[in-house]
Design a protein around this ligand. Structure first.
Ligand SMILES: Nc1ncnc2c1ncn2[C@@H]1O[C@H](COP(=O)(O)OP(=O)(O)OP(=O)(O)O)[C@@H](O)[C@H]1O
Ligand SMILES: [Mg+2]
Length: 370
């Protein structure tokens, strides 16, 4: 799968550019603040319709303009697609695929799979459970649109339940409506937990192998989906236990106006040689762990759809030591990769590979043929 070309009009600091990309490695070199990440962001947006840096589409439109456009030609073994996004400061964005406009952004099934890796991803290991939940939710959502739909439904019903709890705090009788919410929450919550549990197991299998290779068999990586709802084989049984737990916690939930249990409170535990990597992992170990996770996401997509995704690496090469850098580059030999860097320094590892280098300066690009 690869992005053959892209056209940007008034996107961030780009005025009007047309670029054709290498099928394998594309390198964006430029000083800070020149537009490297902006380009990755535009590619990412073609995959899932939104940015990884902002929720406001208007941020992406050039400061001096009111409208902007991204158009990308995607090529796979099975199809070619033209994905187009039209942004307007005063209107919701419009998305077209092969010149047919989507009725809603929810419909976007671009066929373009993208995996992004940037230094901030270390937060998946370091920060609180929310980061880890977001990671697994993004992975599954890309592969299973129904999962994304369920997540949104879950969030909405949870919000309604919490509002009901708050408004019932003083009369302590939320009535039948609460039972209704609990039934729905247990049903959707259970399917979210089971999907996460399943995907964590699959990721673990791949990540464990990758991590052993990266660390030359020194570190054994294991992952565990930790849910506050007991995971059982029988779905029905699990839903019933879920409802019972909700009932058991009702007084506390009424007290705080929140819901104490459910997938919104779950976590993914990550262990290196059986020690919690979040607490005991060094900075370098945590970084390698994230690298293993991201590469297993790449591999998982390949397993599911039969094609490698497009990989975006924002400023990560300089963060890795030479061994890991080489491993990463060798790993990515068979797919399309976009790499940003500020200097040419790390390029020895890329010497023998098919690549195109773009020099970026204030939203203007110069291509260097190699
Ligand atoms: N809506 C916008 N309109 C015009 N320019 C913008 C807009 N949003 C961001 N920029 C500009 O884009 C530039 C940042 O681009 P980008 O984040 O791609 O830089 P970068 O090359 O990745 O830098 P770094 O190496 O620091 O990560 C900044 O100069 C910023 O002012
Ligand atoms: Mg950047």
């Amino acid at each position: 799968m690869n992005v053959e070309s892209i056209r940007l009009i008034n996107i961030r600091n780009y005025r009007n550019i047309n670029l054709s990309f290498n099928k394998n490695i594309n390198i964006f070199i430029g000083k800070n603040g020149q537009g490297k990440t902006n380009l990755l962001e535009a590619i990412y947006m073609c995959s899932n319709g939104r940015s990884f840096r902002t929720n406001r589409d208007s941020d992406i439109i050039n400061f001096a303009k009111n409208e902007a456009y991204i158009g990308a030609d995607i090529r796979t073994e099975n199809f070619n697609k033209l994905i187009e996004l039209k942004l307007d400061r005063n209107k919701p964005k419009r998305i077209r695929i092969n010149r047919t406009e989507l009725k809603s952004q929810r419909e976007l099934d671009s066929g373009l799979y993208v995996v992004l890796f940037f230094p901030d991803h270390i937060r998946i290991v370091k920060d609180g459970p929310q980061e880890r939940r977001n990671f697994i939710d993004d992975v599954i959502s890309q592969l299973r649109p129904v999962y994304k739909y369920n997540l949104n439904r879950y969030r909405k019903i949870l919000l309604q339940r919490n509002n009901l709890l708050k408004s019932s705090k003083f009369n302590r009788d939320p009535g039948n409506l609460l039972d209704l919410f609990d039934l729905q929450i247990a049903k959707i919550g259970t399917s979210i937990i089971l999907e996460r549990h399943k995907y964590i197991k699959r990721l673990e299998k791949i990540a464990n192998h990758i991590h052993s290779t990266i660390t030359k068999n020194v570190e054994n990586l294991t992952l565990h989906y930790s849910s506050n709802i007991p995971i059982t084989k029988d779905r029905q049984e699990m839903e019933e236990a879920y409802i019972n737990l909700l009932r058991k916690k009702i007084n506390k939930d009424l007290e705080f106006g929140t819901t104490e249990i459910g997938p919104h409170r779950d976590d993914i535990l990550m262990f290196l040689n059986d020690k919690d990597a979040r607490i005991f992992g060094s900075q370098g170990q945590q970084r390698s762990l994230v690298l293993s996770l991201i590469l297993s996401e790449v591999e998982l997509i390949k397993e599911e759809i039969g094609l490698y995704p497009v990989v975006l690496l924002d400023d990560v090469l300089s963060e890795l030591d030479e061994d890991r850098r080489e491993y990463l580059i060798r790993y990515l030999e068979n797919m399309q990769v976009f790499i940003t860097m500020t200097e040419m320094e790390n390029l020895q590892t890329l010497d023998n590979l098919d690549k195109t280098i773009f020099h970026i300066n204030d939203g203007k690009l110069e291509m260097e043929s190699c």
